[in-house]
Ligand binder design. Structure first.
Ligand SMILES: [Zn+2]
Length: 276
């Protein structure tokens, strides 16, 4: 008897497309739909940059988490040839709302946004959704969104549902990045508006260098509750960090370390070898 492939058979996984000449080649925004159809014949993976639009201390850019997530995503895309969607620049930043310029999605809103992104991609056959995240406040909600998306894909009977997998990759938590941050900044790395993330923005957006100035010692890192409590505990928005230590060349180095670590992680994810 001839066995037909079924959803439970592991489909042979084609190798990922391989390094792209430049990052324009892997930006979903610059592709046509037939090009995306063609891409899906060879690769079912896609990268979604996820950031936040929130205060980063008195000298850091509001867009830090979105700028950094997108830059790492484009570099991972360039190294692997995997398509990169536009960045989701708004995240869960309720606790930063005590500071001007912060724009937050409630957890339930971000959950709905991430759910809908995954379902849209899965409908067309994407099966490996690799979210490159730049903000700790997005982690719990993103994981909840993945669970909801699996349930919806199954309930809607999407062809990709049995093989759909989402992975959250936090660039700032990659082991080589954390090690380098420790080496460069020690305990002045802190928890928010960290010199490592600020260094990356200085590398990406040189106009930000002019904002850098020495700051008073920061409030120590501690718990996170509501926006009023956050502002009382952390009056200038920093949590134990000294962003004045950041240098653009540190940013270039951290970007390369993050891109290398996350490219490896993505390739294992595409080959079904990822841990956890
Ligand atoms: Zn940040």
């Amino acid at each position: 008897m001839h066995a037909h492939p079924t959803a439970s058979d592991p489909a042979p996984r084609p190798p990922p497309p391989g390094p792209a000449a430049n990052s324009d080649a892997i930006r979903l925004q610059l592709r046509s739909w037939p090009e995306v159809d063609g891409y899906l014949q060879g690769c079912k993976g896609v990268i979604v940059p996820l950031g936040s639009t929130e205060q980063h201390g008195p000298t850091g850019a509001i867009g830090t988490d979105a700028l950094t997530a997108e830059a790492v995503a484009l570099e991972v895309g360039r190294r692997t040839g995997v398509l990169v969607t536009p960045a989701q620049a708004f995240g869960m930043a309720e606790h930063h709302l005590g500071f001007a310029g912060t724009i937050s999605l409630q957890p339930s809103t971000l959950l709905a946004v991430m759910h809908d992104l995954v379902l849209s991609l899965a409908r067309h056959g994407f099966e490996r959704i690799f979210v490159i995240n730049g903000h700790g406040g997005n982690i719990a909600t993103s994981k909840a969104a993945f669970a909801q998306a699996y349930a919806s894909a199954s309930a809607r009977g999407l062809a990709a549902a049995p093989r759909l997998r989402c992975r959250l990759a936090n660039w700032f938590m990659a082991a080589p990045v954390m090690q380098k941050a420790r080496e460069l900044y020690g305990d002045r790395e802190g928890q928010h508006a960290t010199p490592s993330e600020i260094a990356l923005t200085l590398h990406l957006e040189p106009s930000l260098i002019s904002k850098q100035r020495p700051l008073e010692p920061p409030a120590p890192a501690g718990p996170i509750h509501g926006p009023e409590d956050f502002r009382l505990r952390y009056p200038d928005g920093r949590m134990g960090s000294d962003p004045f230590l950041a240098q653009p060349d540190h940013g270039a180095e951290l970007l390369a370390l993050a891109a290398a670590a996350l490219s490896d992680d993505l390739l294992r994810f595409l080959a079904d070898e990822e841990a956890g």
